[in-house]
Ligand binder design. Structure first.
Ligand SMILES: O=P(O)(O)OC[C@H]1O[C@@H](O)[C@H](O)[C@@H](O)[C@@H]1O
Ligand SMILES: [Mg+2]
Length: 223
C-alpha cells in the first residue's frame, strides 16, 4: 500500500452530527419526517443529492430555484454550526492516524464531497497533514461513484490498487470499492458491510494498518 485516502465528516471530526442537525431543521420546515435512521442514507451524499432524498418525502414538488434556495439555507445553518470549530473537535485518534501514515512514508489524501471541507480542515488545524485534498467543487459525480477517490489517487500519483480508503458512510465504502481500493469502514459493521474491515474509530487505525501490513491483506505489502 502506498497511500491512504480519508473521508472527513464522521471520520476525522464529528461534522456528521452538524449535517444531521441542519438537514433535520430543513426537513421540519418542509413537514418531512426525518430521523437518525433516515440520516444514515444521507451520509457521504453531496448537498443536492441529500436534498433530493429529503424532498422525495414531501407532499409537493419543488422548482429548481426552490431547491437551490433550500440547499443554500441548509448550508447557511451548517456554517453557523461549524463556525466555532477548533482542534478540540478532532475525533480521538485522528491526528495520530494521519501522523502515523506520514511516518510510514504513505501519501495522505482527503476525499470529502463537502464544499466546506477546506474550511473545516483549517479550523481543525490539519490542512498541512494532507498531500492532496480533493476540491469537491470539481467533482461531477458524488459518492457512491468512485470519481472522488480515483481523483485523489491520480493526484497523489498512486495506483488505486495501492490505496486504502477510510469511510464512515455506506455510500463512501461503495465508492472506495468501486475505485478498486481496500476499504476501512469506521463505525458499525452492520452498516458498513461492504468494507474489507471495520474499526469503531481512528483510535484503532494504527493497529489495524499494522495488522494489514503484516498479513498482506490489503495489496501484498506496505510501501
Ligand atoms: O454541504 P456540504 O458541506 O458540501 O457537504 C456535502 C456532504 O458532505 C459529506 O461529507 C457529508 O457526509 C454529507 O452529509 C454532506 O451532505
Ligand atoms: Mg463521512
Amino acid at each position: 500500500m502506498k497511500a491512504v485516502i480519508f473521508d472527513l465528516d464522521g471520520v476525522i471530526t464529528d461534522t456528521a452530527h452538524y449535517h444531521f442537525l441542519a438537514w433535520q431543521k430543513l426537513a421540519q420546515s418542509q413537514d418531512v419526517h426525518f430521523d437518525e435512521a433516515f440520516n444514515e442514507n444521507l451520509k457521504g451524499i453531496d448537498r443536492m443529492g441529500s436534498l433530493e432524498l429529503i424532498l422525495a418525502g414531501a407532499s409537493r414538488s419543488y422548482s429548481d430555484a426552490e431547491k437551490l434556495a433550500l440547499a443554500d439555507s441548509k448550508n447557511a445553518h451548517y456554517k453557523t454550526l461549524i463556525a466555532e470549530m477548533s482542534p478540540a473537535d478532532l475525533l480521538p485518534g485522528a491526528v495520530a492516524a494521519l501522523d502515523w501514515c506520514r511516518a510510514q512514508g504513505l501519501k495522505v489524501g482527503l476525499a470529502s464531497v463537502s464544499k466546506n471541507a477546506f474550511t473545516v480542515l483549517e479550523s481543525l488545524g490539519i490542512t498541512d497533514k494532507f498531500d492532496y485534498v480533493v476540491d469537491a467543487a470539481t467533482i461531477a459525480r458524488g459518492k457512491p461513484d468512485p470519481e472522488i477517490f480515483l481523483r485523489a489517487a491520480s493526484e497523489l500519483g498512486v495506483d488505486p490498487a495501492d490505496c486504502v480508503g477510510v469511510e464512515d458512510a455506506a455510500a463512501g465504502v461503495t465508492a472506495i470499492k468501486a475505485a478498486g481500493m481496500f476499504a476501512i469502514g469506521v463505525g458499525q459493521p452492520a452498516t458498513l458491510w461492504q468494507a474489507d474491515t471495520v474499526i469503531p474509530g481512528l483510535e484503532q487505525f494504527k493497529n489495524m494498518m499494522e495488522t494489514l501490513c503484516k498479513t498482506g491483506a490489503s495489496s501484498g505489502s506496505c510501501s
